[in-house]
Design a protein. Structure first.
Length: 265
């Protein structure tokens, strides 16, 4: 998108959702029938604003020994959901390669666009129909938060971001001090190597429990599982501690973890 920053979300082999017609033990980016997702890129303006476009490019490859025939009515397309990842909020687009017969060892690339016609959370994943059966829902999905306006995108960091906001714009917030509101679903109160109190909190987006940031640092904040909390600290896309590297973390102190609403359970 000429003259603007571009946000790129890429999938190249992480986790897999449970399938409709494929067996559930399929791992990573390859299904039991040999269909592999090589590329799943999502490009938007940065920050993504309602009314702008999203462009999706995906490449599928047949690693199996038999042909894979895609439905002649739906073909290959991008499954898209707005507000919540349920069928009533479908924004599917880009149906192409209808009736394609993909031979063993061959690949197919689809590139398509649509308008992001509403602000809020969006979900995208590669979709298709093979032999009358739909592909796995939310397989290798990527999520995106779309702002209502440039003013909203500029104002939110001061008021408190959601975990979804961070995930929608990782590069913008990497190594920056942020304030984030979410739900603490897993609270671990530990001790460090010197016996001092330390914490590790799995911090979930309020609307999407697949979006998680881990909060770590010294102290034992008065936070329980299920509490809605506000955390201020330094966000890191990749956080290296010792010999290990962790994704999506906020480094903070216990006094900067504030309970907004206590869990009723």
């Amino acid at each position: 998108m000429k003259g603007k920053n571009t946000l790129v979300l890429t999938v190249a082999g992480v986790c897999m959702a449970t399938a409709f017609f494929f067996i559930a033990d399929a791992a990573g980016n390859t299904l039991p029938n040999g269909l592999q997702l090589l590329v799943f890129d999502i490009r938007t303006d940065n920050p993504p604003i309602a009314g702008s476009k999203v462009t999706v490019e995906m490449t599928l490859k047949n690693l199996g020994s038999a042909v894979i025939a895609f439905d002649n009515r739906t073909g290959i397309f991008v499954a898209a959901r707005w507000n919540r990842p349920t069928n009533e909020n479908s924004r599917d687009f880009g149906h192409s390669n209808k009736g394609l017969v993909l031979a063993p060892g061959k690949s197919v690339t689809v590139k398509t666009s649509r308008t992001l016609d509403a602000a809020g959370n969006w979900w995208f994943w590669p979709a298709f129909n093979i032999g009358g059966n739909w592909g796995p829902p939310r397989w290798m999905e990527k999520t995106l938060y779309v702002y209502g306006s440039n003013e909203e995108a500029a104002a939110l960091p001061a008021k408190g971001l959601s975990v979804g906001h961070i995930f929608a714009d990782r590069e913008r917030y990497d190594e920056k001090n942020v304030t984030v509101i979410g739900r603490a679903m897993i609270v671990r109160k530990k001790k460090d190597g010197r016996g001092r109190p330390s914490m590790l909190i799995s911090f979930f987006d309020m609307k999407n429990d697949r979006q998680v940031i881990n909060v770590f640092g010294p102290g034992h904040p008065a936070v329980g599982n299920g509490d809605v909390v506000r955390v201020t600290g330094v966000y890191k896309v990749k956080s290296k501690r010792g010999r290990y590297t962790f994704n999506d973390e906020i480094q903070t102190t216990s006094d900067r973890v504030v309970v907004v609403t206590k869990s009723k359970y």
